[in-house]
Design a protein around this ligand. Structure first.
Ligand SMILES: C[S@@+](CC[C@H](N)C(=O)[O-])C[C@H]1O[C@@H](n2cnc3c(N)ncnc32)[C@H](O)[C@@H]1O
Length: 187
């Protein structure tokens, strides 16, 4: 595991209700996540965004949560179960250099990668797997913490996503974040 991976205690900080004042999952994601969709979340930690997305996709949808750390995923599922939101959530522990999502090829409507790509050494591999998983018309939102990720690194991440054939279509306003939104066009 890479040294700079977010520890469990930071995972707890990230689910603080106060975070919603700056980064409200409903406000950030309502435009992209609809009932019945298949959503992929890369690096969900304890599920600050996963649980609201489970509510948004509903019983007919799916939120696949892929994280390097199994302990994060276990807590995420417990939190979801407590709120009656575990149904649409599928958790997958992955390797540092592979998300293990080959079976999702062309099936995903929306991918969220929030505060995670900067932690991944194999960025090209990660983003090529994400691009493959998206349906034509599917979207990818990448957000990184402004105070932690230099603009140069964020620009590198964007360039890697563009090199996977994704098209940049915006940069939504999200508190304290550098953001970029991509779409996968039909070939
Ligand atoms: C800073 S936390 C962000 C959590 C969440 N996205 C949020 O904003 O609340 C980063 C998460 O990404 C996970 N992670 C790091 N490298 C990863 C990789 N290569 N593949 C999947 N998840 C990874 C970490 O285990 C951690 O749970």
């Amino acid at each position: 595991m890479a040294e700079h991976v977010c520890p469990l205690w930071v995972g707890y900080l990230l689910i603080s209700p106060l975070r919603k004042l700056l980064q409200n999952p409903q406000k950030i994601l309502a435009e992209y996540v609809k009932e019945g969709m298949t959503v992929l979340e890369v690096g969900p930690a304890l599920g600050f965004f996963s649980l609201p997305m489970a509510r948004m996709v509903g019983k007919k949808g799916k939120v696949v949560c892929v994280d390097l750390q199994e302990k994060m995923l276990r807590k995420l599922l417990k939190r979801a179960a407590k709120k009656g939101l575990a149904g649409p959530i599928e958790t997958r522990a992955c390797a540092a250099d592979s998300l293990g999502i080959d079976d999702l090829s062309g099936q995903v409507d929306f991918v969220l990668a929030f505060a995670v790509v900067h932690e991944v050494p194999a960025k090209q591999k990660l983003l090529s797997q994400v691009a493959r998983a998206l349906k034509p018309g599917g979207k990818l939102l990448i957000a990184e913490p402004k105070n932690h990720v230099p603009v140069e690194l964020f620009d590198e991440i964007k360039a890697i996503a563009l090199a996977q054939g994704l098209e940049e279509i915006g940069s939504p306003q999200i508190g304290s974040s550098l953001t970029t939104l991509f779409i996968k066009r039909a070939e």
